[in-house]
Ligand binder design. Structure first.
Ligand code: NAP
Length: 281
């Protein structure tokens, strides 16, 4: 039987509408600042998407587009300025940064109370300790998709393919906090297929088109494809061989239209949370 397709666009619209309604009733609006250094095309299009999302939700939006030649001190100055601005509740530093800039130092400069993209070690530490804090947008979006489709990770075997700081590691932590039994796979995993076939919930975030074939999917499994890649024809695709995996899975996310839109919606939600933390009502 073909899998239930998990509709990320619909969930994202629902989350953004909830944020919009909440913001509409606030006297002081939440604010998001996006910092972009250089002319990376992916970052530029990402920035335009954030602007649209903020417009839809009634969130104040400001962009800092800095030239490629920006020095580390200039970048840190911008972040410090945004830390001090009361109209700004969330700071998003778009990656990649030009090679001469130190992204780690820049992330450390962001005040944790404005770290809506969860790049600061304090935010990540809170996540690991299970403290109340912002949740990284993509993994938190995956959890919301599971919730929306009433899929409870408790007692399930969860396999996460990928161990990056922004997706794989926090994803594993959130599944663990929700009582899943979690395995994290990476390039040194000897038999990826064997690990994946054991998964009741399989989250793929390797950034490798075609990596996950139907033969690696357990009958009835939940398959969440986080990756956003381009195939040979330049079309967007994930890691999962979607058509064949959809014949075997119980639930599956499409690419595009799966985790991507939910990630963006969670950023809006995190910005609202930050504003509430800053006493805006
Ligand atoms: P990343 O930093 O490149 O990490 C990729 C991870 O996958 C690494 O841990 C790597 O293992 C592992 N991996 C790569 N090839 C593998 C293989 N053949 N077998 C097993 N593991 C393998 O990527 P990322 O930033 O986490 O992003 C992953 C994907 O998600 C990308 O396609 C990105 O565009 C997408 N993404 C989507 C969203 C969204 O909103 N949906 C948000 C962020 C990212 P090693 O550690 O051993 O190298």
């Amino acid at each position: 039987m073909a899998a239930v397709v998990m509709d990320g666009k619909a969930l994202a619209a629902k989350i953004k509408e909830e944020v919009r309604l909440r913001v509409e009733g606030m006297g002081r609006k939440p604010g998001l600042a996006v910092v972009l250094v250089g002319e990376d095309p992916a970052a530029l299009s990402y920035e335009a998407g954030k602007r649209r999302d903020c417009q839809q939700c009634g969130i104040y939006y400001d962009t800092f587009r800095l030239p490629e030649s920006t020095t580390q001190e200039e970048l840190l100055d911008v972040i410090r300025l945004l830390n001090s601005r009361e109209d700004i509740d969330g700071i998003l530093l778009l990656l990649p940064l030009p090679k001469h800039l130190d992204g780690r130092e820049a992330a450390l400069a962001i005040c944790p109370g404005k770290d809506v993209d969860c790049v600061h070690p304090v935010t990540m530490g809170d996540l690991v300790l299970g403290m109340d804090s912002f949740r990284p947008c993509t993994p938190a979006g995956v959890m919301r998709l599971l919730e929306e489709y009433r899929i409870d990770p408790a007692g399930k075997r969860c396999v996460v393919v990928g161990r990056s700081n922004i997706v794989g590691k926090p994803q594993a932590m959130l599944l663990l906090q929700n009582h899943g039994t979690v395995t994290i796979c990476h390039t040194k995993t000897p038999d990826l297929g064997e690990e994946c076939r054991r998964a009741d919930i399989l989250v793929c975030a390797a950034g490798r088109p075609g990596l996950i074939t139907a033969g690696m999917v357990k009958e009835g499994a939940v398959v969440i494809d986080v990756s956003i890649n381009q195939d040979d024809q330049g079309r967007l695709c994930g890691d999962v061989d979607y058509d064949s995996a959809a014949e075997k899975a119980g639930y599956i996310t499409p690419v595009p239209g799966g985790t991507g839109p939910v990630t963006r919606a969670i950023l809006m939600e995190n910005t609202l949370t930050a504003a509430l933390l800053h006493g805006k009502r």
